[in-house]
Write a new protein. Structure first.
Length: 367
């Protein structure tokens, strides 16, 4: 009905039509509002569910990293031998298990004894430091910080928390076994799981999903390589330097540095604490030499070793990487803190592919 026709209608009928139209518009708006509210509620529920199972998702991601590590070595062996990839994978697993058993048999007691001596040495070092610098104004704050660090390194309960990298409701041992088993499954048949995820996307988007998996795998492979090379190089240089300085427990301190170097930026700083405290126990200028040694080694690692490998991998700004470590560490504990760097690599690749290149249309070289 046109506007002119409505104008000739009785006022009561025109008012009824306006009320009907208003109710229709109101009903439409109400329906749209309900849809928006329902969608927002669904998103919130999904995020809450993901938050509840975040530890399990992090364990799955850790198993994917293990699978990528094993698969990379297997593919390399297969390319340079007559073995198939799966046969090479079995060989890699057997070599790693054999090395672990051999190391535990030959050096296990010495390593355990070294850590025990370190745990016994640190409290005495703190008492000596307290007596030497207790008269200074800035001493209480420093002593309180070192006391907390010392308790964390010597208290069995704190050690359990620090060592509980895979701490979930299942316990550290059960979680570690889950990571190993899932990692082996992912390493044997990675294409099966990639195909399963890809089928969740429309047909026209599956090529991009496959490309995303390929780019993520490539970037994570180089990230793992950079960490392994850095850990080995830093550990060896630390042991050599500490032996030259005549420091006790050089191998144990070098092992601590190598393990903690897996976490960029923060790990090496934490590794300096036990070395400095052992150096204080030695007296004289030993602690100064230890600090100089650690600064030089970390400088070589930061400005020579890692940048050389980063030519082949995705480069993440240190500030972004540290922010990711702080956020995930605060939200998910030590497991989130340790897995923050590889997760940052995954997010960076996806942002570059799916947003910068696809949405913004900017041309850029992907890792």
């Amino acid at each position: 009905m046109s506007f002119w026709d409505r104008g000739r209608m009785p006022e009561s009928e025109a008012a009824d039509m306006e009320r009907i139209g208003a109710r229709s518009i109101s009903g439409l708006l109400t329906k749209r509002t309900l849809i928006v509210v329902a969608a927002a509620a669904a998103i919130v529920v999904l995020l809450l569910m993901l938050w509840q199972v975040a530890q399990i998702l992090l364990l799955i991601f850790a198993s994917m990293l293990l699978a990528l590590f094993l698969r990379s070595f297997a593919v390399t062996i297969s390319e340079h031998s007559a073995l198939t990839v799966n046969a090479s994978l079995i060989l890699v697993v057997l070599i790693m298990v054999g090395e672990f058993v051999l190391t535990a048999t030959l050096y296990g007691p010495e390593i355990a004894n070294g850590f025990y001596q370190l745990s016994q040495k640190l409290p005495g070092t703190f008492d000596k430091l307290q007596n030497n610098i207790g008269q200074y104004e800035w001493a209480p704050m420093l002593l309180d910080t070192l006391a907390r660090a010392g308790r964390a390194l010597t208290n069995p309960q704190q050690l359990a928390q620090i060592a509980g990298i895979f701490s979930t409701a299942f316990g550290a041992l059960g979680s570690t076994l889950i990571v190993i088993v899932l990692g082996l499954y992912f390493a044997v048949e990675p294409k099966t799981y990639i195909d399963g995820v890809t089928r969740l996307f429309p047909q026209e988007r599956r090529a991009r999903v496959y490309e995303a998996f390929d780019r993520i795998g490539h970037a994570l492979r180089w990230w793992l390589l950079s960490r392994l090379v850095s850990m080995f190089a830093v550990g060896v240089l630390t042991v050599i330097g500490l032996v030259m300085l005549g420091m006790p427990l050089a191998f144990i301190l070098g092992l601590v540095v190598a393990i903690l170097d897996f976490v960029p930026h923060v790990g090496p700083i934490i590794a300096t604490i036990p070395a400095v405290m052992v150096g204080l126990a030695e007296g004289g200028s030993t602690v100064l030499y230890v600090l100089v040694l650690y600064v030089v080694i970390q400088g070589l690692e930061s400005y020579l070793i890692t940048p050389y490998i980063q030519k082949q991998m995705i480069s993440i700004a240190p500030a972004w990487l540290l922010a990711a470590q702080l956020v995930l560490g605060a939200g998910f504990g030590i497991l989130g803190f340790l897995l923050a760097p590889p997760l940052a690599v995954v997010v960076m690749v996806l942002v570059q592919m799916l947003y910068v290149r696809d949405v913004l249309g900017e041309k850029m070289e992907l890792p």
